[in-house]
Every structure is written in structure tokens, then in C-alpha cells.
Write a protein that binds this ligand. Structure first.
Ligand SMILES: [Mg+2]
Length: 251
């Protein structure tokens, strides 16, 4: 992997769409969630005004913008309210995309997940913080890994589970990931994968970063890419990458 500094203007000439992962890229990692009986408390993070400005600038100079996150749509809509006129939101690890008020569903995971959810809800473990509200995948926040969750998920051969250090994402193997979401998004925009620049930082971005025009990893220890940008430091990787792109293009 090369440092971001080596990503030069000529490499960007084929790029038409910029895809951002959210957590660890545009907002810091870490979700505050608490579940007490039927009461779920979930913190909504705010995108800094400066990053919204940067995204708007990228759109102004001709880039399409896609946010691809494991989070639910209600949350993404809230976070990107100011730029919904042009930003598309691909949510729950590629399950569906919201664009200009229309929802494009990419997978029907209901049959795959309808049994396991009951089993997972029965697990009692003090490490479990809560289930994040989701429509197409299952996300369980935990203080650390929970063996019983992994045992239950492993029984279902069609399903994957990803532990990202703060939560488990459970979804359908090979058809419910960010890459499949991206395939639908590029169809919608009538472009090719080589026209896409992606920036991600975590295990659920692995497929997303494969075979795109430019793949940028914000965590070398978790993710391979063409370029990397350090996750540590005061600035978020999204900010650093946008600044680099805008400066490279003299904007
Ligand atoms: Mg992330």
C-alpha cells in the first residue's frame, strides 16, 4: 500500500463517484448504546460542518457522492440532512440505498434471519450492550466478544458474522455486503467500478474496496487498499482524503 500523498491528479481523472464509509472515516469510531428492557438509548453522532462543506465541494466539481455504512437509514438521513439533494445513502452493509427520497432495496434477507433473531435475543450475557435498530441485518453491540453469539451464528451456514471491536454484524454470506450495494449504486448512476473511489476502515469494507478504481484504507491493520491514510491523529481520515483530493485538483 502506498501513502495517500502518492495519489496524484492523473489517477483521479476516471473517478466519477466517491464512496465514504461513515464510522472511522467521517465520524469517530464507537457507538454509545444502552438497552434496558424495552428502552434503547442510542447516541447520534454529528458530522462536522467542515466535512459537509468538503463533500459539497466535491459534488460541485462533478463527483457523485455515496455514503456506505452498516448503520440504519434513519440515522444516515439525520446525519446528512444538509446534503440529501445529491448524496446517496447505502445502508446496513449494502442492503439498500436511499437516493432523492426513493429506496432501492438490494436484498431480501428476511427468510435468512427470521429464525436466528429469536435465538440471539435469548442469549444472556453481561457483555451484551444491546441490539441496534436495523431492518435488514442484525447488529449486536457488546463490550467484548461473546462466545455464545458466535456459536449460534456459526450454525447458520448462509450467514456471516463480523466482530468489528464494538459490535457483531450478522448478515447473508456473499449477497449482503457493501460491495453488492455498490454494484447497484453504479448501475443507478450508469458508471463502472473503475470510476469509483472508496474509503473505508473496517472489516465490513473488505469487499467494497476490492476491484474499484481507487481503494483507500484508513486502517492498515484491518483493511487492504491501494493507498492508506493514518487513522490516528486529530483529523478524521475522511477529512484528510477530501482535502488531498481537492488540493490535487487545485480546488
Ligand atoms: Mg468504518
Amino acid at each position: 500500500m502506498r501513502g495517500l500523498i502518492e495519489l496524484k491528479k492523473d489517477k483521479l481523472k476516471n473517478i466519477k463517484l466517491i464512496v465514504f464509509d461513515l464510522d472511522g472515516i467521517l465520524v469517530p469510531r464507537g457507538t454509545k448504546i444502552k438497552q434496558n428492557g424495552n428502552i434503547t438509548t442510542l447516541e447520534t453522532k454529528k458530522i462536522q460542518k467542515e466535512q459537509i462543506k468538503q463533500i459539497r465541494k466535491l459534488n460541485d466539481i462533478g463527483f457523485k457522492i455515496n455514503i456506505s455504512s452498516g448503520r440504519g437509514m434513519y440515522m444516515l438521513q439525520n446525519m446528512f440532512r444538509e446534503i440529501l439533494d445529491f448524496a446517496s445513502l447505502t445502508y446496513e452493509n449494502g442492503s439498500a440505498t436511499w437516493f432523492k427520497g426513493k429506496i432501492y432495496q438490494h436484498i431480501n434477507s428476511y427468510d435468512y434471519l427470521k429464525k436466528i433473531i429469536f435465538e440471539l435475543e435469548k442469549i444472556k450475557d453481561s457483555k451484551i450492550k444491546g441490539f441496534e435498530p436495523k431492518e435488514f441485518i442484525i447488529t449486536i453491540h457488546c463490550k467484548s466478544r461473546v462466545k455464545k453469539i458466535e456459536e449460534v451464528a456459526s450454525k447458520y451456514r448462509n450467514l456471516y458474522y463480523i466482530w468489528n471491536g464494538e459490535a457483531y454484524d450478522i448478515g447473508v454470506k456473499n449477497i449482503q455486503d457493501k460491495e453488492h450495494g455498490l454494484k447497484e449504486v453504479i448501475k443507478l448512476f450508469k458508471i463502472k467500478k473503475k470510476n469509483v473511489l472508496v474509503i473505508g476502515d473496517n472489516y465490513n469494507d473488505k469487499e467494497l474496496l476490492s476491484e474499484v478504481g481507487i481503494a483507500i484504507s484508513a486502517d492498515k491493520t484491518r483493511l487492504e487498499g491501494d493507498y492508506y491514510v493514518p487513522l490516528e491523529g486529530k483529523s478524521l481520515p475522511g477529512e484528510v482524503v477530501m482535502r488531498h483530493i481537492l488540493e490535487s485538483l487545485g480546488k
